[in-house]
Structure formats: C-alpha cells, structure tokens
Design a protein around this ligand. Structure first.
Ligand code: HPA
Length: 247
C-alpha cells in the first residue's frame, strides 16, 4: 500500500476517474461499473476498480482542493502506475454564457495557489489537458448534444473568499468557471508523462448566484460520468452496453 491508499500493486487500473467526493466514487462504481471492488477505505477516501464496456477502470475519491488531490494523484502515478487520470467534478460558472448543468471541459487551468510558484521557483507554468482526451471529450459531448464549453478554468485554493468579487478579474481574462483541483492534476500528470483531463458540471453560478438542487446535481453527474468513462476508456456510446445504458 502507499501512504494514503490501502491497495496492492495491480488493484488499481491504469485508467482512473477522480471525483472529489468519495461517495461519488462509490456511486459511480456501483451504478456504472461491472464487478466493482472497493480497494481503499483509508480516511474514507473510497476507491473502486471494475470494468466499463469491458475496459478496466478505477474510480478514486480525491477530497477537495489542490493539496488533497495532489496526494492521491502523486501516489496513483508513482506507486500504482496509473496513466490516464480524469477528474469529474463540479464548478462555479463565472461567465453569463456558462449555465447551470452545462459541462466545462478544461483545456487549461489557472490557479491562485502557490503550489506551482513553489515548484517552478516563482516562474509561471501553464498546465493543460492531454490533447487526445480533450478532443475526444469535446467530440463525444457534441455527439450527445450536451451543452458544453471548452477553455480555461480557475483552480482556486479558496471556496470562501474575503472579496466576493475576486472571480471577476479571472472572468475578464476568459476563465469559464472556478473549481479547486485541475491545475494540480495537469501539472502532476505532465511531470509523470501521463494523460489528464478535468470535466466539471456547473453546479452554481458566481454570476447570478443560482445553484442546482441535489436532484439536478445527481442527474447531471450521471451524464458526466458516462462522458468521462467513454472518453477515458476510448469506448463509444453505442458499444456494448454498460449498466447505466442498457439491461
Ligand atoms: N468555487 C470553487 N469550487 C467550486 C465552486 C465554486 O464556486 N462551485 C463548485 N465547485
């Protein structure tokens, strides 16, 4: 086992979906994967491995924020040989054109965190998604008729801020939405020569303060899981049915 994941080598697939909430990892595994087995309960950060349309895939909770996701991504890459990491999360819109329930596919991720300032000795690094995952996710989202946006997100260190208008500065530079993890995921995957992508559904709007209800969050989360699985596994919507899409 690694420091924070109680799995043996080989228990975790090369492809891993990464929701922040461990209960969402459990939900995704139980609702979508065949033969899902739980490999981690350390700190309640549940992790499961199963198959999606015959492809082996894991779902690992990461917790919220850059320090927490960095712990799990470091260990998945270094200790378990994972190669394709796809965050599935929620985000807050900072553009009028980005509505509740829309999907945001993060082409790149800015940050107000110091983690890369420390790593790059004060210089700027531009973390970006793996092109092939990004292009596939956009193509599948378009094919499914999902309302989606592709562009820059802000991975913020703070959910609650002293200045309630801080997001507006980023919005002025075209940032689509705020979340809290993609920047670290992209950086760590790049260092390991692995592939990463973050897909988020819009759960709230910083522009007009609207929020999804619990039920709406759940249904848009389902669409995103299916999109993420087909993106990461290279499967198509009509290849052999998974649990969510057929008997
Ligand atoms: N900020 C940061 N992360 C988020 C938000 C937000 O407004 N909404 C959903 N995840």
């Amino acid at each position: 086992m690694s420091v924070h994941i109680g799995a043996e080598k080989g228990d975790i697939a090369e492809i891993v979906l990464l929701p922040g909430d461990p209960l969402r990892a459990e939900f995704a595994a139980k609702e979508f994967l065949d033969d899902a087995v739980c490999y981690n309960e350390v700190r309640g950060m549940l992790g499961y491995t199963g198959t999606w349309k015959g492809v082996r895939v894991s779902v690992q909770g990461t917790g919220m924020g850059i320090p927490s996701i960095s712990i799990y991504v470091n260990e998945l890459l270094r200790d378990y040989g994972c190669r394709t990491l796809l965050r599935i999360g929620s985000c807050g819109s900072c553009q009028e054109s980005v509505a509740l329930r829309d999907v945001v596919i993060a082409m790149s991720a800015s940050t107000d965190s110091a983690h890369n300032r420390l790593r790059f000795a004060g210089m700027d690094y531009a973390p970006c998604a793996d092109y092939h995952l990004f292009a596939r996710a956009c193509a599948l989202a378009a094919e499914r008729g999902l309302r989606f946006h592709a562009g820059n997100v802000l991975s913020s260190d703070t959910f609650y801020q002293d200045d309630p208008n801080a997001w507006k500065h980023w919005a002025g530079y075209g940032v689509l939405a705020v979340e809290m993890e993609a920047n670290a995921l992209y950086t760590l995957a790049a260092r390991a020569g692995a592939s990463a992508l973050a897909i988020c559904t819009v759960s709230d709007s910083l522009v007009n303060r609207e929020q999804l209800s619990h039920r709406e969050r759940q249904s848009s989360f389902r669409e995103m899981i299916a999109l993420a699985l087909d993106t990461a596994c290279g499967t198509t919507p009509d290849s052999a049915a998974g649990k969510s899409s057929g008997p």
